[in-house]
Design a protein around this ligand. Structure first.
Ligand code: SF4
Ligand code: SF4
Length: 225
């Protein structure tokens, strides 16, 4: 049986259609109608007017890290390398030094986080045995080159502006959401009450007299001729 062939001829577009003018005006009319509706109901918009308005993020938000300090201003970190070991992105680099206060034993001479590699997982916070590394709700991190994305001790050390009225505030941190003390606003790093005793122990060790010099080795027995 012979196939039935249907020939369809498209209508010739008019000049207006060839210039796309009806579609352009239809699109503009839709855009302006939304604009007028949104201006009338600006407070009911589902979007926020960033950066004038910022969204309130969860207390578990994982933003820029901070290194906590002791009451004397020194870093709580004891350069144990636990966070560096736990980091899945291999973006923490620590170099340890001996602290002048013996009770503190070690401290980080160098502590760097490469924020371009960090995946904001919070594992470093979980791994830290000294509650020395926390995260903030700061997500506004922009860098013009790779070098400035590597934050060192000066940038990471906690500053009053981190928790000030205009600051980002604390984000993910140890025991977040679990500690009744923290809920009552009494959060304390767990090792803080031990600090005076440890300091006293360190000072007592510093006061100890140096060990006596090693005794001279006895002369070797003369070989029997
Ligand atoms: S948040 Fe995760 S990826 Fe970033 S430094 Fe900590 S452990 Fe590494
Ligand atoms: S785990 Fe804590 S104490 Fe250990 S090196 Fe990291 S920040 Fe410092």
């Amino acid at each position: 049986m012979a196939a039935r062939v249907v020939t369809v001829t498209a209508p010739e577009p008019t000049l207006l259609e060839r210039l796309y003018l009806p579609e352009i005006f239809k699109g503009l009319a839709r855009t302006f109608s939304h604009l007028a509706k949104n201006i009338k109901n600006i407070k009911g918009l589902p979007t926020i007017l960033y950066p004038e308005i910022k969204r309130k993020y969860s207390e578990r938000f994982r933003g820029r890290h901070i290194l906590k300090t002791r009451e004397d201003g020194s870093l709580t970190c004891v350069a144990c390398y636990m966070c560096e070991t736990a980091c899945p992105a291999d973006c923490i680099h620590i170099e340890a030094g001996e602290h002048p206060v013996l009770a503190y034993e070690k401290y980080p001479v160098k502590f760097e986080i490469d924020m371009l590699r960090c995946v904001m997982c919070g594992y470093c916070v979980d791994a830290c045995p000294k509650d020395a590394i926390w995260m903030t709700k700061d997500y506004e991190m922009t860098f013009f080159d790779r070098k400035s994305a590597v934050l060192g001790i000066p940038e990471l050390t906690e500053k009053p502006s981190d928790t000030g009225a205009d600051g980002p505030g604390y984000g993910y941190r140890p025991y977040e959401g679990e500690s009744p003390m923290r809920k009552a606003g009494q959060f304390e790093p767990s090792g803080l009450p031990l600090l005076p005793a440890l300091l006293e122990r360190g000072l007592a060790i510093n006061r100890m007299p140096p060990p006596p010099p090693p005794k001279a080795a006895p002369p070797a027995a003369a070989k029997a001729g």
